[in-house]
Design a protein. Sequence first.
Lengths: 276, 242
Amino acid sequence: MFRSSQPWIARGRNTSLHSNECEALAAKAAFLNGVWYNTILTLFVLLLLGACAGVPSATQATTPKATTSSSGSTSTGSASFPTTPLQLRTPDFGSSEQIAPTVKVLASADPTLIIQFPLVPSGIKQKFPNATGLVTVLQDTKANDFDAVSITVDKMPPNVKFTVFFTEIAAKPFGHAEYVGDVFTRGDGSGESTFHLITFVAFAADARQSTVQSADQTDAASGIQLEHVGMWFDGVNSARQVLGNPTIPGTPFDGGHGALHAGPQAMTDGQTLPVI
Amino acid sequence: MHILQYARRTVLSASCLLLLVICIQVRIATSAIADPSNRQLQVGHAQSNPEAARLLRLKQSGHLAQTVNILNSLPPTTILQFPLVPSGIKQKFPNATGLVTIVRGDRDNSTSDIVTVDVQKMPPNITFTIFFIEIANKPFGHVEYVADLTTRGDGSGESIFNIISFVSFAMDARNPGTSQDDREGLTSGINLEHLGMWFSSLQDAQQVLNDETLKGTIFDGGNPPLHAGPQAMTDGQSAPVF
């Protein structure tokens, strides 16, 4: 006769057992069941406790033990973090005879060169005399693949698109120009845009006339230097509407969309000497 | 014993509930993928992107270079890619490759385009300048200096910059003139619809190409004049690439 070592199996399969024997087996099975579930439950609780113990507390995670070295730097185990700010220096950016007086060269950490200069209203001066603009140009002087240009404006005509150009001359007739990006104003007349492109040594050239040269901040360079920044109405129609003048002629200061569809200049750096 | 039986039932019930929740989640995910509108989002047909479809037609009619790929991007984005091939470095680096990717957001509501230039198997540790140009090959015509790219020791490199590219143009505002743009119609100035890479330094070019007779070019900013080297990579196309 088959005698299973597992009573709960035998109980289900051998129905010819005596009732007392069945009761004993049932009691034994219940006992073993209890032991089995107890073991699983204990293991589960132990695993849970182990997992909790492995997670560092919030305090431990955010405030590692720090020791300060004699040099002033703080060390946390093998890692080392500075505790003092980087030393700032004001890099050279042309002489006062070569750079517009409105240009501020910021003291910044090596290897950055950061300059700032304002934009003032030109074509919108009558209607928006309090309009302001600030241009910030950042260059990594060592890995100079391109510059970062940020333009921030305020109190401008609201909900209007303006184009941004680098130009040869700040005022009319502007000369050679390079279209670099757009700025959209919000409902309150504020707006900002950031571009990544060659700025400090931007130039215009026709490669068929390679002998054309011009002076930049340091010396002569190829092509025509583009050292000013201006903003134009993207569309002559919006300019006519904003300025209340239906006779304003179109200008070339926007790409695509048909010739001379742009409006007049809105903001200028207004300088004779270079700003970039 | 009763407590253990209760715990056992609770564990079993919780397991069943968890299984049910997993089944529901799987069902939701499967139905989302099967939904035609979602499938369109994933595939992104050019037909559903008018700007991409327009560029595709321009390419088919020969108004955009055959090397240009117009990607099946979702509106309102326009994404195109085209290769660069070696020009001045062809003898020494015949396997050099370049890939340009231009991403534009909404045609009328983006402030600039994102241009990525990736190169491989180029002369190592050399800085190249990147220009938008009027003509892909000599004499190149009007040009705009947009960025630099410095290769690593293995000859690979990349540069990413934000600038107006699809409608870039050169002009002298005293006499801007007009030019015909296949995508935009008649436009102001001279359209710049090609891209090339130049040696930033003539000395680098002379050394890399082992040719002391190479002459300086205008293709870098700053002084002195004509300190740049020859063109290294070109899109090599007659029709516009962007």
